[in-house]
Design a protein around this ligand. Structure first.
Ligand SMILES: [Zn+2]
Length: 406
């Protein structure tokens, strides 16, 4: 194990872990990030309970053949997926716009009328519901975080409040959707192999969406959270999908490079051209990712210090810095940069979070409307994709603040 902050160039202890993506190995540790909150999507009414909600180690290791990254200290038993977890992506108009564009594309590209869709980790079911309505398909959605009514809901979709099933428990499907789940799975290869085996000889298609590790590794890494076991960039994701026996039809980044999707298929005629036209990730992408990984530990620790220093400076100058966004990235920012509680506030658009406390650091979340009275001079956001949206909301509140992306 490395000393905290030690970079890949300063000593590279091997782990016992074979690369999940390409099968090479073993992985090599490059960044020991210390303890992170394990329940980074939850919030509590009581600040003491929030403070004691538990932490776990994050020790990142990488594959020098494909650029795959994994937290080799991850323990599945520490993570709890239930309805108290809030995935705030879906409250964002920007994210909803991406979802609607994909639904329109799938409706045009695939004849799904009368077919069956499964969505593994369907969150609150919005995507599956809309996809079924748009295509005339039926669907089964699974998520332990699903808080709605279980069973069919009239859209064609039926919802199950449970972790995504596998093996014989997985229904026969024609199209599979899995957004923001692959990175949480302990055995991502097994997950995709299981889906392939379910397909048998049928031609099936699928859609996978993940945080893009090319963004995470080249920035401060606020997206590195305890529940994420794996970090895939385009190349390592391609290697994983192909090793599991699938074909990648199209893969590109979305959301300003923060996210990546892949459309996948199995049992298409070999001569059939790929559905997408953008080139697939290649060795140049891998090399860029390996370079980002090599500099990551140093960059991450430098960013932590930089932000803690900035917050102190702004607070001392009476500029009342606030954080907008109490999702997983926001929680990471608070954990890494504001242990001293120098922020004047934390706001989020999700009403479920208002008046409640975030894990470990126990910052309270308020409604964005509270900023009208607070009048902060600096508003920090951790996801550049929300910049325009938040700027509009600040203007509507009459808040004139400098917006800074962490
Ligand atoms: Zn690999």
């Amino acid at each position: 194990m490395t000393e905290r902050g030690e970079g890949a160039s300063q000593g590279t202890p091997e782990t016992q872990h074979i690369c999940d993506a390409c099968g090479a190995g073993p992985l090599t540790v490059f960044a020991d990030l210390g303890d992170f909150p394990v329940r980074c999507g939850a919030h509590w009414a009581d600040p003491a309970e929030a403070a004691e909600s538990g932490s776990g180690s994050v020790v990142l290791a990488y594959c020098d053949q494909c650029g795959f990254v994994r937290n080799v200290a991850f323990e599945w038993d520490k993570v709890i997926y239930d309805t108290t977890v809030d995935t705030n992506l879906h409250h964002s108009p920007a994210f909803q716009a991406f979802s609607e564009a994909f639904i329109a594309k799938f409706a045009e590209r695939h004849d799904l009328a009368g077919k069956h869709i499964v969505e593994l980790a369907c969150m609150q079911g919005d995507f599956l519901r809309s996809l079924c309505k748009a295509t005339g398909a039926t669907g089964d959605g699974y998520d332990a975080m699903y808080a709605g009514v279980e069973g069919p809901d009239g859209s064609g979709a039926s919802f199950h409040q449970t972790l995504p099933p596998g093996g014989a428990d997985l229904p026969v499907y024609d199209f599979v959707v899995s957004r923001h789940w692959l990175e949480h799975v302990v055995d991502p290869l097994g997950f995709l192999v299981d889906l392939r085996e379910n397909a048998g000889g049928r031609e099936v298609h699928g859609f996978i969406e993940i945080p893009d590790a090319a963004y995470d590794m080249s920035t401060a890494g606020w997206e590195i959270i305890y529940p994420h076991v794996s970090y895939f960039d385009g190349y390592s994701m391609l290697r994983l999908i192909e090793r599991a026996g699938w074909r990648v039809e199209e893969t590109e980044t979305i959301f300003h490079g923060v996210l990546r999707y892949a459309e996948i298929s199995i049992n298409r005629p070999e001569e059939a051209p790929r559905l997408g036209t953008a080139p697939l990730p290649g060795l140049a992408d891998r090399d860029r990712q390996l370079a980002a990984i090599a500099g990551f530990a140093q960059r991450h620790h430098a960013e932590r210090e930089l932000w803690a220093g900035r917050l102190a400076e702004w607070a001392d100058a009476g500029r009342k810095p606030v954080l907008w966004g109490a999702g997983s990235r926001g929680v990471q920012f608070l954990t890494l940069a504001d242990a001293e509680h120098r922020l004047a506030g934390v706001v989020d658009v999700s009403p479920r979070k208002w008046g409640r406390y975030l894990p470990v650091t126990a910052h309270r979340v308020d409604a964005p409307e509270s900023l009208a009275a607070l009048k902060p001079e600096v508003v920090i956001i951790t996801n550049p994709a929300y910049r325009t949206e938040i700027a509009g909301q600040l203007a509507a509140l009459g808040v004139e603040a400098e917006m800074v992306v962490a």
